[in-house]
Design a protein around this ligand. Structure first.
Ligand code: ATP
Ligand code: MG
Length: 341
């Protein structure tokens, strides 16, 4: 492995970069602001411009539903991120880059990740691909080279990747287009319906983080500001956890149903392993309170919510990078992409 190695998790909501011997050195919103065809801000700085920038600014997320939807802007964003990294950590060229990619996507979508990393300003000597569920499992602390099977559920911003792993590989995987953003959208719609109040994404996400429970909400309240549907004037309102919890129930249950249907397809041997080891839940949305209780009630399996769930994938890339040899069989070169999944 090269002396400079970077691991990248291109998430729908955030981009995270690991550097060998340094740790996670970049963790910002995966967002770019463009003016006159040029990037004016990326990451958290671009996020702070949302809803405030003039009309001739384009502020956009290049990753949609877990895959790179806008390669041009993703490359601009990645180059800006690497320029920042170079300023802070020194030389970036001649490195090796390991990219985490979803499993249940097309070969063309897989290749976009490889091309991006190959063409960025870090000019890597080598680019390798690791399947996200594999990185996630390693980041979770699962001994994935073991023969015993394990189930990992990564609930991100726009996607949930449900995977069953055994002997260092993925036996079965499903990318479901439901994640934290769907909870936010449901909150925006229901606040409008029930309270005649228009709120934005940031307020919806705030309500979710403050008040959402997966089941049996404890009574909590939060004050928010929005615009009255009829008068258009700004008003404040108190919202409670019972309302937010009920609002996200449908999306949450669709995730539970997807987990159950993947479990139903598993071989008896692997089922026995999963009964033994339980289900590991990661991703930023794993932080919803009592999520473990809901999944346990519905599957009767032991549920483990990972520590630091937002960072499991990038932490897994970090472990693969630092412990190179041990995991050499699970990072693929480009010409093996066709064989993934
Ligand atoms: N405390 C919290 N409670 C509930 N949801 C949270 C909390 N903290 C973060 N989230 C949600 O987690 C999501 C982001 O998770 P994560 O960083 O795993 O996504 P991502 O990797 O960028 O997206 P994806 O994996 O879908 O491509 C967002 O929807 C965010 O609102
Ligand atoms: Mg993710």
């Amino acid at each position: 492995m090269a002396s400079r190695v970077f691991g990248i998790d291109f998430g729908t909501s955030s981009i995270k970069i690991y550097k060998k011997n340094e740790g996670v050195i970049f963790d910002e919103k995966n967002l770019i602001a463009i003016f006159n065809g040029q990037p004016v801000a990326i990451g958290n700085e671009a996020f702070n411009m949302l809803g405030k920038a003039p009309d001739n600014y384009t502020i956009t997320y290049p990753v949609k539903n877990g895959v790179i939807a806008d390669i041009k802007n993703m490359l601009l964003l990645l180059n800006e991120a690497f320029a920042k990294i170079e300023k802070k950590y020194g030389k970036i060229t001649g490195s090796e880059i390991i990219v985490a990619t979803p499993t249940d996507i097309t070969e063309v979508e897989q290749r976009a990740y490889f091309d991006l990393a190959s063409n960025c300003i870090a000019k890597p000597k080598k680019v390798r691909i690791v399947q996200k569920p594999v990185a996630c499992a390693i980041g979770t602390g699962i001994e994935i080279m073991n023969a015993s099977g394990a189930m990992v559920v990564d609930i991100g911003a726009n996607t949930t990747e449900i995977s069953i792993m055994s002997i260092g590989g993925i036996v079965s995987s499903k990318l479901v287009p439901v994640g934290g953003n769907n909870f936010d959208e449901a909150i925006i719609n229901n606040v409008r319906k029930k309270y005649n109040l228009i709120i934005g994404n940031a307020t919806a996400e705030f309500l979710k983080k403050e008040l959402a429970f997966a089941m049996e909400p404890e009574h909590l309240t939060a004050k928010i500001f929005g615009k009255d549907v009829i008068s258009g004037l700004p008003i404040d309102m108190e919202i409670d956890s019972e309302f937010v919890t009920e609002t996200i129930t449908e999306s949450l249950h669709s995730l539970v149903d997807n987990v159950k249907s993947l479990l139903e397809k598993v071989s008896p041997e692997l089922s026995a392993d999963i009964i033994d080891s339980g289900v590991f839940i990661s991703g930023g949305s794993a932080k919803i309170r009592k999520l473990d209780k809901l999944f346990h009630q519905e599957t009767e399996l032991d549920i483990h919510i990972c520590d630091d769930p937002s960072d499991n994938v990038v932490n897994g890339l970090g472990i693969i990078i630092e412990e190179g040899g041990r995991y050499s069989s699970i990072a693929f070169a480009a010409n093996q992409i066709a064989h993934i999944g």
